[in-house]
Design a protein around this ligand. Structure first.
Ligand code: BGC
Length: 492
């Protein structure tokens, strides 16, 4: 489409049509990357604690140790919930800036901590930032992305999460290798503190990002909308913006009148789908190989008579291999999310997770020595690959794209909060379940849950590829009115 076609379309269909069909420039990628720096820190900060846990020199009760590991997830659930209403009121950009600042402060406080209490406080702060940022990153992206590339831009969040996890292992490996004598001294502080570097960068760069044009339009800030759209290469007049806003408002008022509330049946259905998807994303056990894989696989890497540091390094190497598989496999999600669509990737992803978790459980239950290591490693790697292609990014993407602008922040934040609560529940329940049933049966249980997830996605997740976010919202509204009826809004 030429520039003049686009401006004609803008006049007749509104300014959002210009945005939905705009050509992707480097600036769009840059902006998505900026929105996802928080995703990198999400991965880095949640994974890093496992690497340093053995070297924090404070005396910690088992409750405090548990909190040190799981507290970030709990903090994230709270941070996510708090972020929603704030971002709907103050904007996406302000929230993304505030998150980056909290990330930075949390990392610096972790590095200079003088006692256990301060460390636990700093981890709580980081948790709040992780939660708040994860609540809003893909929603910000969904609000500017051209419809046909929204999937790819949203998957960058998952990609950054996986890169953050991998980098946390690599940094720990390098630092422990360079200064093995300082493992309980400066090393763990440096490893935790390095999280401040991307955070400071994010504060500096996010300060210059445009506010979300859809949010500005919704706020009636037409001059600012025009400016934000201009930065995205869509030239519109204030009058165009006003006309579009009036059209959208009339549409929303009609829908609200029809349902007598903003939280219409369609919004509630979308929220149910996102929350359930997130519950399945977590309770099917993605974090099990990351938390327990290194312990199971560490033996193959360590030499006889090795020290605690050697054992930890061996575990880190195994974790780094799984982390690298995760990063590489996420490329396929990036490549196919807008071609194949969300549904096939999610169905295939959960199905693959079920199969390969069973493979790994067979290795754990029946094999020993090298064959055990090989089967568990292959099983876990393919399990992670399935998750990375169809489940991880898909969850964060749909969380950003299925809600109307008026409640997108709040609804997306409820979804994120549910993800973090489920994450916390798995961390707490897993050791108890393993003690009660044995690891292989727990793994079979996780595989069973992945089968249930396949059924859930097949029944409830509509295809949203190529639709504008307004069409996605209309589709959920239609589906909620008559479940089972084929919606008239179809992906192109
Ligand atoms: C999940 C995290 C998980 C990560 C692994 C994310 O989508 O929310 O819990 O650790 O993927 O790549």
């Amino acid at each position: 489409m030429t520039a003049s076609d686009r401006s004609e379309q803008t006049r007749t269909e509104g300014v959002l049509a210009g945005l939905d069909t705009s050509a992707m420039t480097g600036f769009y990628w840059y902006l998505a990357l900026l929105a996802c720096i928080g995703g990198f820190l999400f991965g880095y900060d949640t994974a890093v604690i496992g690497s340093v846990l053995g070297f924090v020199p404070y005396h910690l009760s088992s409750l405090a140790t548990g909190y040190l590991v799981a507290g970030a997830s709990l903090g994230a659930a709270v941070g996510a919930l708090a972020a929603g209403p704030l971002t709907d009121r103050f904007g996406r950009k302000s929230l993304l800036m505030a998150d980056a600042t909290i990330y930075g402060v949390g990392a610096i406080l972790s590095a200079v901590t003088i006692n256990a209490g301060m460390l636990l406080g700093a981890r709580t702060l980081i948790g709040l930032a992780v939660g708040a940022d994860s609540a809003i990153a893909t929603a910000y992206i969904a609000e500017f992305a051209p419809a046909k590339r929204r999937g790819q831009l949203g998957i960058i969040q998952q990609w950054m999460i996986t890169v953050g996890i991998l980098v946390s292992y690599l940094i720990a490996l390098v630092i422990f290798h360079l200064a093995p004598g300082a493992a309980k001294g400066a090393d763990w502080r440096i490893i935790l503190g390095l999280g401040a570097v991307p955070a400071v960068l994010a504060v500096a760069l996010r300060a210059r990002m445009p506010e979300s044009p859809r949010w500005l339009l919704h706020q009636g800030r037409y001059a600012d909308t025009t400016k934000a759209l201009g930065k995205l290469g869509v030239d519109v007049s204030e009058e165009d913006a006003r006309r579009t806003a009036e059209k959208l408002e009339a549409q929303e008022a009609k829908e609200a009148k029809q349902h007598r509330r903003i939280w219409s049946p369609g919004v509630k259905r979308a929220l149910m789908v996102v929350c359930m998807f997130f519950v399945f994303q977590q309770i099917t056990g993605i974090n099990v190989p990351f938390y327990y894989g290194p312990k199971l696989l560490g033996d193959v890497f360590k030499t006889p008579g090795s020290s605690a540091l050697d054992a930890s390094m061996a575990g880190l190497q195994a974790a780094a291999i799984l982390g690298a598989v995760n990063v590489i496999a996420t490329f396929f999600a990036f490549r196919y999310i807008d071609r194949a669509g969300r549904r096939p990737l999610a169905i295939g992803g959960f199905a693959g997770m079920a199969v390969f978790m069973v493979v790994a459980s067979v290795g754990v239950a029946f094999l020993t020595g090298a064959p055990k290591i090989a089967v568990v490693m292959v099983g876990f790697s393919l399990f992670i690959t399935s998750f990375a292609i169809g489940v991880g990014g898909t969850g964060w993407l749909i969380q950003g794209e299925v809600f109307p602008t008026s409640v997108r922040g709040t609804a997306a934040s409820i979804g994120a909060s549910v993800d973090w609560l489920a994450n916390f529940a798995v961390i707490v329940a897993f050791p108890a379940l393993t003690a009660a049933m044995g690891l292989p049966w727990v793994m079979v249980l996780l595989a069973g849950l992945a089968v249930v997830a396949v059924a859930f996605v097949t029944r409830f997740l509509p295809e949203t590829k190529h639709l504008t976010v307004e069409q996605v919202v209309a589709m959920f509204e239609e589906e909620s009115g008559s479940s089972g009826r084929t919606p008239s809004v179809q992906p192109s």
